[in-house]
Design a protein. Structure first.
Length: 300
């Protein structure tokens, strides 16, 4: 299969590119600088421009063909000012609109588009599968707009999968890269009540699930990319401390956290989603890491 990836330089994109190539797929990458290798094609999302040739052979003529869009500025650790929130929104919705329109124009049969479990807002202790409605808050509103931007591809008949990804656990960056220095200094601790759910997924399972979705034509619409056993913040704090052989005795009250990182940023720390990967498990996907300790062990 020929696969064109936007956001291939990120944590997930790099791992996915490697996995797809190892599985025998041809990977092409969209880059915003001058292309430096034969598999790279330039694009300029604000201008709505994609290099000629990027879609040749990705239109089903020489194989199934697919586009995977993983674009999006990092949600953390920067404080969410009004300007930062606009960057987060623009880095997701604009590129998705450009790619969805290109998928429609070139007749690409499959679009796998990034989204996030933030779609559900603060779900409390409720189990959230893909049928759950959108929540409230900045993250939820952003995810709704992000997913809606795939509409041109869907109207053109493409199979569109919306990847509602949880917290990806990897030793190479992401959430654990931010937390490790604090926990290694024994400064880790639960945030707020600690009862908010953290829907984690190992990087290995994240990229395996995307590969699975590329090959399963019966799956479309939203898919939760989360591990089968979401943990509360208190449980995550305890297990991460154990994995690093460090105590994690501290507690950051919710009001103090909001004061430091702002109301919008607090959504990342204090809102929780007990999101379950029902679409994946129903389709027969098998997780390599069924529980948090095994995922942390693999990441570290």
């Amino acid at each position: 299969m020929r696969v064109l990836i936007a956001g291939a330089s990120g944590l997930i994109g790099n791992a996915l590119s490697t996995r797809l190539r190892e599985s025998g797929h041809e990977v092409r990458r969209l880059v915003r600088r001058a292309p430096g290798t034969p598999d790279e094609y330039g694009w300029d999302p604000p201008a709505g421009r994609i290099d000629d040739g990027a879609f040749s052979g990705v239109d089903g003529g020489g194989g199934v063909g697919a586009v995977v869009n993983l674009c999006g500025a990092p949600l953390f650790p920067a404080r969410w000012s009004a300007a930062r929130k606009q960057v987060l929104l623009d880095s997701r919705v604009g590129p998705t609109e450009v790619l969805a329109e290109a998928v429609a124009e070139h007749g690409v049969p499959v679009l796998l588009n990034a989204s996030a479990v933030g779609f559900y807002g603060d779900g409390g202790a409720r189990e959230l599968d893909e049928s759950a409605p959108a929540g409230t808050g900045f993250l939820a509103d952003m995810c709704v707009a992000w997913e809606a931007a795939t509409a041109p591809a869907e109207r053109a008949g493409a199979r569109v999968v919306r990847l509602r990804t949880g917290l990806v656990l990897s030793g190479d960056g992401g959430l654990l890269g931010t937390l490790k220095p604090l926990f290694r200094l024994a400064l880790g601790g639960k945030l707020g009540s600690g009862t908010q759910y953290m829907p984690w997924i190992s990087l290995a399972d994240e990229v395996a699930a995307i590969g699975f979705l590329l090959e399963h034509d019966s799956i479309s619409g939203p898919v939760n990319l989360t591990g089968p056993a979401p943990a509360t913040n208190a449980e995550f704090t305890r297990e991460f401390g154990r994995a690093l052989h460090r105590p994690s005795p501290w507690w950051v009250p919710g009001p103090a956290l909001k004061l430091v990182i702002g109301q919008a940023g607090a959504e990342m720390a204090l809102y929780g989603q007990r999101a379950l990967p029902r679409a994946l498990t129903t389709a027969g996907f098998r997780f390599a890491h069924q529980d948090l300790p095994s995922a942390l062990s693999a990441a570290l």
